[in-house]
Write a protein that binds this ligand. Structure first.
Ligand SMILES: *[C@@H]1O[C@H](CO)[C@@H](O)[C@H](O)[C@H]1NC(C)=O
Ligand SMILES: *[C@@H]1O[C@H](CO)[C@@H](O)[C@H](O)[C@H]1NC(C)=O
Ligand SMILES: *[C@@H]1O[C@H](CO)[C@@H](O)[C@H](O)[C@H]1NC(C)=O
Ligand SMILES: *[C@@H]1O[C@H](CO)[C@@H](O)[C@H](O)[C@H]1NC(C)=O
Ligand SMILES: [Zn+2]
Length: 551
């Protein structure tokens, strides 16, 4: 079987490569130590009852693959969320996240053109199993469309799905289902996702936000579509046989996947689904509900097939909380993801189809540290989870609440309604209050609010962007041999592309062959490279904060 090899020439700038020579003896000792560790880890994994496969799947060919991306979740996010959960629910110090039981390794995340990746190159490493440049959506470093594991799965007879909490046209889901030179070509990405490219429709189910790139102007689906070509892709999709759901009540009519007709287009917000911390349960489903719905629908649709399904589930907005340096929003995003992952493990445990789950992050965001020096004195060894528990809303939500205030005592409103009621912060200075009342720029206001929370929690951030720290790999399989196969390939420290290669091989996908079928894809539409500025390239929605939320 052929696979797209990681183009090592592209990594030729890597400063660590081959200059480092160890003495033979030292090398032998290191190798022996490594083997011992690997064996110990293998035995530990096998004896840990929570990860031992329980079920006995029937078929040898029928497989389900559920791939999870925790966008922007680094190791510190897990530590933060774990301690927060212990504090909030009064749990013992040995209590862990559900995800913690499934840790098998870590992933290196650099892209072809930078030591710090963005989500587009990060996701393309998983989807095409190759390193590409920051901003690349399912294209290689020379802008040539590369076959993805979602396309390969569909061509091999699998059903396919995408579940996210941000725009369905955003970098991670796009890199599996579209081919574009730059992530900002979201109008084009929406077209590909519905099948307007050489392969035709490859996606059977989409649930997330991002309705705005599916229609133009005002329509019955929403007030402000942003497509520049005046098309209404939602109407077109419905005419082509898609079931469309655009609201919580329509989502509820899907009966958690038991009343779905595929293909399904679920666009539940114009942009992002709100942070779990801010989410109105009557307006938006949780990531767990979205995931269960997708699993049930895909499972039912493949019931009589000898092929299973490939599903991507993204905890998309862990990344946004990282960009915004908002620890209170981030811990809730991580916990919401943990519940979705748990639901999928339970699904796999109860399925008689061979099912694997792999979960990893594309990169870390925010340079988060679970400690922060807040005075000139020698720092205390602690951080305060109760400060995050006190926060009833994200900075993103609260800056809007302040900016939308139209009464005549803003100072009292901010002091009482925001600082006291929403954040339970009472030790602010007159200067803090003055800033919150007078700042007119939403992103500055958000920055101020999130900093007030972070400083009090003694949680540190080093960037509003991404970092190069390694991220964790988690896995589960409901069949012993498959589980050992995963460990053999992904235990320890790996390049992100190896995760894509593993899934391709597991589903019997020849990515080179898929690449050969899509060379005529229009991947450059709607873009004038000279007009793009560097920041917009990465994320035009979350660097410039827009007043876009619709709840
Ligand atoms: C956690 O600690 C408690 C005692 O505080 C103990 O009873 C329990 O078995 C421990 N659980 C694990 C998973 O180690
Ligand atoms: C099932 O879905 C159909 C639309 O596809 C809807 O008319 C019906 O009300 C749904 N059933 C339930 C029980 O919600
Ligand atoms: C506000 O914070 C204080 C100090 O941490 C705490 O004692 C109090 O219970 C909190 N109030 C609410 C409503 O959570
Ligand atoms: C795409 O590949 C086919 C078959 O190899 C070839 O005939 C065609 O010229 C290629 N098109 C482009 C645009 O490279
Ligand atoms: Zn990001």
């Amino acid at each position: 079987m052929t696979e797209v090899n990681e183009n090592t020439a592209l990594l030729g700038t890597s400063p660590t490569k081959s200059r480092f020579r160890l003495k033979a003896k030292t090398r032998k000792i290191m190798i022996a130590t490594f083997v011992l560790f690997a064996l110990a880890a293998l035995l530990f994994q096998i004896s840990d009852s929570s990860t031992v496969p329980h079920t006995k799947p029937k078929s040898d060919n029928k497989k389900n693959v559920i791939f999870f991306v925790t966008d922007g979740m680094g190791p510190a996010s897990l530590s933060l969320a774990r301690s927060f959960r212990q504090y909030k629910y009064d749990l013992p110090m040995n209590d862990t996240l559900f995800l913690d039981h499934y840790l098998i390794g870590s992933s290196r995340t650099r892209s072809s053109d930078s030591l710090v990746t963005d989500s587009a190159a990060g996701a393309t490493a998983f989807s095409c199993a190759l390193k590409s440049y920051n901003g690349a959506i399912g294209v290689d470093p020379f802008n040539a469309p590369c076959g993805t594991i979602l396309e390969g799965a569909k061509l091999n007879g699998y059903m396919t799905g995408l579940v996210v909490t941000t725009r369905i046209t955003d970098a991670t889901p796009a890199s599996f289902s579209a081919h574009a030179d730059f992530r900002i070509q979201e109008d084009l990405i929406a077209l590909h996702q519905l099948g307007n490219y050489p392969l035709g429709r490859m996606v059977d189910l989409m649930i997330g936000g991002g309705r705005t790139h599916y229609y133009s102007g005002k329509s019955r689906y929403g007030p402000s579509g942003t497509r520049k070509d005046n098309r209404n892709l939602i109407d077109e999709a419905i005419n082509n046989g898609w079931q469309y759901v655009g609201s919580r009540s329509e989502f509820d009519s899907l009966k958690l996947g038991h009343n779905v007709s595929l293909p399904l287009l679920g666009l539940l917000a114009d942009y992002d689904i709100p942070f779990d911390l801010d989410r109105s349960h009557s307006k938006y489903p949780s990531l767990e509900e979205q995931t269960i719905t997708a699993l049930n629908a895909l499972s039912a649709a493949t019931k009589n097939s000898d092929k299973g399904f490939f599903l991507l589930v993204e905890g998309s907005r862990i990344d946004h909380a990282g960009h915004q340096n908002d620890p209170a929003a981030q811990v809730r995003e991580v916990l919401a993801f943990d519940r979705a992952f748990k639901a999928a493990v339970e699904f796999a445990e109860n399925s008689d189809v061979e099912t694997i789950l792999i979960s990893t992050s594309d990169h870390e965001t925010g340079g988060l540290v679970t400690a922060r020096q807040v005075t000139d004195d020698y720092p205390e060894y602690l951080w305060y989870p109760q400060v995050l528990d006190n926060a009833q809303h994200s900075g993103e939500y609260l800056q809007m609440k302040i900016l939308n205030y139209d009464g005549n005592n803003k100072k009292e409103f901010v002091a009482k309604e925001v600082l006291k009621n929403d954040l339970n912060i009472t030790d602010y200075t007159e200067n803090d209050l003055h800033e919150l009342v007078t700042l007119a720029d939403g992103s500055k206001l958000q920055e101020k609010l999130n900093d007030m929370v972070s400083v009090r929690a003694q949680v540190g951030w080093t960037t509003h962007g991404h970092s190069a720290v390694d991220v964790n790999i988690y896995a589960f399989a409901n069949k012993q041999e498959t589980w050992l196969d995963i460990l053999k390939n992904l235990q320890g420290n790996h390049e992100n592309t190896e995760i894509g290669s593993f899934m391709a091989r597991y589903m019997g996908i020849d990515l080179v062959k898929v690449t050969g079928l899509i060379n005529e894809t229009d991947h450059s539409a709607g873009i004038n490279v000279k007009e793009i500025n560097r920041v917009d390239l990465y994320d035009k929605y979350h660097h410039k904060l827009l007043n876009l939320r619709n709840d």
